[in-house]
Every structure is written in structure tokens, then in C-alpha cells.
Design a protein around this ligand. Structure first.
Ligand code: AQP
Length: 340
């Protein structure tokens, strides 16, 4: 049986190589395995931190164009905007009844992002993982392709689904599995390789954006932090986070095993060769995406049409789940008995 695949992605104009390797390439591959493969641009999640309302729709269009340019095909997947399908927010509320406050308080993302908020720590930031659970559970998804940073939220989502089923009716919700890629699940910041590459938390020079021009990409890799050992050791190891990161990026982008890259680098003169190789490979990988992005981004109405068609398909699935959830919880009028 083909799995139902679901994943969500934040609307920003600055998607980076971590998003691409950890998530977007998996989305594209999922189109041929998922039945259906469903991808959602999570504008409601974006409102949980400070943001500019005048820009949010543009950022949704930016992300839509990036995903289409990377290879998502609206004929082979469902691509939509979270805010277009009200079932997500209703299910979020219903799931709060089986979510422990203590669990939400312990989430790393909440702790990190709340400490960065200056004026207001929104309740939305605390509830973020519950809305994320609703996103996935509304489609009874089996698989959720994500990067390593989402492992904790996925575990919480599984707890929520299990608790819901235990309390209100076994089999009502599907308990999903995460799908974290074997290589590239945690792409690291090129300047601070102890941290993940990140939209908000990383360094500008250490973050490779998908829309960076070729010279910028090559420069960022050239300046990447590696190691000072002499002679250089072009191998992955726990105490060589920067070198390991570059080897894994090169392997992920070329679609080969990291050990293959290490074997190839056996004759290299130094870290400079590795930096040049990974810079070239990333530029080659992103060039066609960038060309397609520019064409697609100019056609705003076409992007809206894709999102609207996707929302129609998504709503039909989510509404059926919500009807079962309401029925199980005793919310609203009783469902009519099945006919026939
Ligand atoms: N460094 C990363 N390596 C691998 N995968 C990553 N992801 C994020 N960073 C890395 C995965 O990308 C998907 C989309 O993430 P998102 O919707 O959270 O997008 P974002 O907020 O723009 O990404 P960031 O960088 O994670 O933002 P910050 O750090 O600001 O919160 C997810 O599947 C994620 O795992």
C-alpha cells in the first residue's frame, strides 16, 4: 500500500540548503511514492513569531515558486496553503485536550524561540507543535519527511495521536512515522558547524540560500570553517564537524554515499579542494532551480491558482477526518447514520 505523505514548510523568501537537502528533495521523491503526497506552506505557523502582515503573502508565493522550481508537480502532489484549510485550526483546538502543557514547555524549539522574542512570547509559539500535529493528523498521514530538527515535534505528534485514539476511539487517527534522510538530515552552518543551518538562528555567511548567486555560493563554501590539522584529514568524524558537513553536503547533492566522496578525496591536496568541489556541485545543482524560480515567481496568479486547486483537494480529505474526530469527541451534532 502506498503511504500518505505529508509535510509542511514555512513561508520565507530565504529557503536554504538545509531545507533543500533535509526536506525539499524528499518532497520531490515522495511524489512518486505517496498516495497522495501532500505539502503545505504553513502561513499560520509563521504568525507565531514577529512578522510583517504586508509581506506574508509574498513569502508564501516565494516558497510556492521554490517548491515548484525544485520539482513539485501539482499533478502528482497536493500543494496548498495552510490558512486556506480551516480544518487545521479546528483540529489543533480539539487536540489541545490530549496535549500536556508540560510537554509543550519542554520542546527545544519553544525554548529557543521564546528566549529570542523581545516583546511578546505568543501562546501560538507554545502551541506550534499542536498545530503541526493537526496538519499531519488531519490527513491521516503515515510518513512525514523532515530534517533532524523536527524529530522532537514528531515524537510529540505521535504521543498526541496515541493519546487521542486511547481516549476517544482506537483507529480514529493514524500515528505517523517521521522520515529523516540518512545523509543531510542536519546540514550545519558553514561558519558555526556546531549549529544547524537555519533561517533565523545562523550566520549570514554560514547559510547558503537557494537563491544566492553562484559567486556568493562559491565564496561561502570557500570561507567555510574546516580544520587546522596538518596534513589535512578529509574524513568524517565527530570532532571535525565542519569537514563532515562539507562531505555530507557534497554526497547529498551528488546523490552518492559520503564514503564514496571520502574515497574520491583521497588524493586531494587540502581542504581547499573539498571546498571548491562542494561549491561547484551546489552551484550546478541550484542553477536550473534558480532559472525556473525566476520564471514561476513572475506569475503570481498562476501560483495562486496552484494553491487554490491544492486547497480544494486538501479540504476534502481533512473535512472527512474532522467529521470523525468531532463524532468521536461528541462535539457538534451527531453524524447522520451511514446510508444503504
Ligand atoms: N539545517 C537543516 N538541515 C536539514 N534539514 C533542515 N530543515 C531545516 N533546517 C535544516 C528542515 O527543513 C524543513 C522546513 O523547515 P521550516 O519549515 O521550519 O523552515 P524554516 O523555518 O525556514 O527552517 P529553519 O532553518 O529550521 O528555520 P529556523 O531555524 O528559523 O526555525 C523541515 O523539515 C526542517 O526539518
Amino acid at each position: 500500500m502506498s503511504p500518505v505523505i505529508f509535510s509542511g514548510i514555512q513561508p520565507t523568501g530565504r529557503k536554504h540548503l538545509g531545507n533543500y537537502i533535509g526536506a525539499i528533495t524528499q518532497y520531490v521523491a515522495g511524489q512518486d511514492r505517496g498516495d497522495p503526497a501532500i505539502y503545505c506552506i504553513v502561513d499560520l505557523h509563521a504568525t507565531t513569531v514577529a512578522y510583517d502582515p504586508a509581506e506574508l503573502r509574498d513569502r508564501v508565493h516565494d516558497t510556492t515558486a521554490v517548491l515548484l522550481a525544485a520539482g513539485l508537480d501539482p499533478e502528482r502532489c497536493i500543494l496548498f496553503r495552510q490558512g486556506d484549510v480551516a480544518e487545521h485550526t479546528e483540529l489543533c483546538w480539539l487536540l489541545t485536550s490530549v496535549t500536556a502543557l508540560g510537554e509543550l514547555n519542554r520542546m527545544h524549539q519553544f525554548r529557543e524561540k521564546s528566549s529570542a522574542q523581545r516583546e511578546l512570547i505568543s501562546a501560538g509559539l507554545l502551541l506550534y507543535p499542536v498545530l503541526q500535529a493537526a496538519d499531519v493528523l488531519a490527513y491521516r498521514a503515515h510518513e512525514v519527511p523532515v530534517g533532524e530538527d523536527q524529530r522532537e515535534h514528531l515524537e510529540l505528534m505521535r504521543n498526541i495521536a496515541e493519546r487521542f485514539n486511547g481516549r476517544f476511539g482506537e483507529g480514529t487517527l493514524v500515528v505517523p512515522e517521521h522520515r529523516i534522510p540518512p545523509v543531510g538530515a542536519r546540514v550545519r552552518d558553514l561558519q558555526e558547524p556546531e549549529r544547524k543551518m537555519s533561517t533565523t538562528g545562523g550566520s549570514e555567511q554560514g547559510t547558503v540560500y537557494l537563491l544566492d548567486d553562484p559567486a556568493t555560493i562559491r565564496r561561502k563554501f570557500k570561507r567555510a570553517v574546516t580544520d587546522s590539522d596538518d596534513p589535512p584529514v578529509l574524513r568524517r568524524s565527530d570532532d571535525k564537524a565542519g569537514v563532515t558537513n562539507l562531505i555530507e553536503i557534497l554526497a547529498a547533492v551528488r546523490g552518492v554515499a559520503p564514503s564514496f566522496v571520502e574515497a574520491e578525496l583521497a588524493g586531494a591536496r587540502g581542504y581547499g579542494d573539498l571546498k571548491a568541489a562542494v561549491g561547484d556541485a551546489v552551484v550546478d545543482e541550484l542553477a536550473p532551480l534558480q532559472d525556473r524560480y525566476r520564471q514561476l515567481r513572475a506569475q503570481e496568479q498562476a501560483l495562486e491558482d496552484v494553491l487554490a486547486a491544492g486547497a480544494g483537494k486538501a479540504r476534502a480529505i481533512a473535512a472527512a477526518t474532522l467529521a470523525d474526530v468531532r463524532e468521536a469527541m461528541g462535539v457538534g451534532p451527531p453524524q447522520p447514520p451511514p446510508t444503504g
